[in-house]
Design a protein around this ligand. Structure first.
Ligand code: 3EB
Length: 335
């Protein structure tokens, strides 16, 4: 018998209200193409990225309840028995520049987690308006990384558990910086990618403060394991590969995903993650014109059974055209 997954993530059609009321185990409903400032319920998380292809899909997270919801400072949360989802949307017209807003978002996130029974962030999604605006170290993504590093009181050199993360750009006229997360009572098992330099070790050329995230975390909970995959792009070592070649960038991103899953298998020994119907993938695409090519490439190179959506979003380096993240489940391997 296989244990029920701790986090049941799926793409569904319907209205957010309908899905929020469909059962008592809903931790979050993500609605794409809307400003995060329009959240109607603590479990309703609008995301300012337009969906490409077949719009109208909502991402639904379910977990064992009862689910308690509430507000804490500017953070809204839904807390189940084993997992908590929390989200913050800061209106950049009121909170100051990107560096200050990022620091504030992470200050709020940390002070919330400190008093929560689920203290460990397992994965954090960062959706950043105008991510590539500004040049050199003034680029908004680099400023975001600076603010995050100022708030996060950890030295990655000590090898503390780091959450997995995604960092993607929303339209430059979107008013809100959005940060949302999944947290649990125990830290995840960090997975780094042998094909890539760890992000926290990136050389100075990418910015004054390195991004703080692990390439993936494995969450182990009531007999099941799930792999939370960070935003994965066409980066080998620390360098962008296949500049201006979007299909090749997607293939390289997938090679990085498979490499991460293999590394996870090596670390777990008796368990292996697979891209199957228990998982989900999100594919971020900078130029909407690339959608068809990306879709066909993914169909050729990833199992058909894993649900996926395509979102129009900017990637944190100007020369990256696409990125993938996802949540996939792990199967125990019989001895
Ligand atoms: C990369 O591999 C691509 O700043 O939180 C991926 C995942 C990326 C998370 C973040 C950035 C972040 O460096 C960019």
């Amino acid at each position: 018998m296989t244990a029920q997954l701790a986090l049941r993530a799926a793409y569904m059609e319907g209205s957010p209200e309908q899905l929020l009321n469909s059962s008592n185990d809903v931790l979050a409903v993500f609605e794409f193409g809307r400003s995060p400032l329009e959240s109607s319920d603590p479990r309703h998380v609008p995301v300012a990225l337009n969906q490409l292809g077949s719009p109208g899909q909502l991402e639904v997270w379910r977990s064992d309840g009862p689910i308690k919801t509430g507000n804490w400072d500017r953070l809204r949360f839904a807390q189940g028995e084993q997992l908590t989802m929390g989200h913050i949307a800061l209106d950049l017209r009121k909170t100051g520049d990107m560096r200050e807003s990022s620091r504030l978002a992470y200050d709020i996130l940390q002070s919330y987690l400190q008093q929560s029974p689920h203290q460990w962030p397992l994965k954090i999604w960062n959706y950043i308006p105008g991510i590539n605006q500004g040049s050199g170290d003034d680029e908004l993504y680099r400023q975001f990384c600076l603010g995050r590093a100022e708030a996060v009181l950890i030295d990655p050199g000590d090898r503390p558990p780091l959450p997995a993360a995604t960092g993607i750009g929303t339209p430059s006229d979107e008013p809100a910086l959005q940060v949302y997360f999944l947290a649990g009572a125990l830290p995840g098992l960090d997975v780094e990618n042998p094909r890539q330099v760890s992000a926290w070790r990136y050389p100075r050329q990418y910015g004054p403060k390195s991004p703080l995230f692990s390439r993936a975390t494995i969450m182990r909970m009531n007999g099941s394991s799930q792999f939370l995959i960070s935003g994965t792009a066409s980066i080998v070592g620390h360098q962008t590969h296949h500049e201006n070649q979007v299909a090749n960038q997607l293939s390289e991103s997938l090679r990085n995903v498979y490499s991460l899953l293999d590394e996870g298998h090596r670390l777990m020994g008796d368990s292996q993650a697979r891209l199957d119907s228990d998982g989900i993938l999100k594919v971020y695409i900078r130029n909407p014109d690339d959608y068809e090519l990306i879709r066909r490439t993914l169909e050729a190179e990833a199992p058909a059974e894993i649900p996926r959506i395509y979102l129009q979003g900017d990637i944190c380096r100007e020369n990256l055209l696409t990125e993938i993240d996802g949540i996939v489940s792990c199967q125990r391997i019989k001895p």
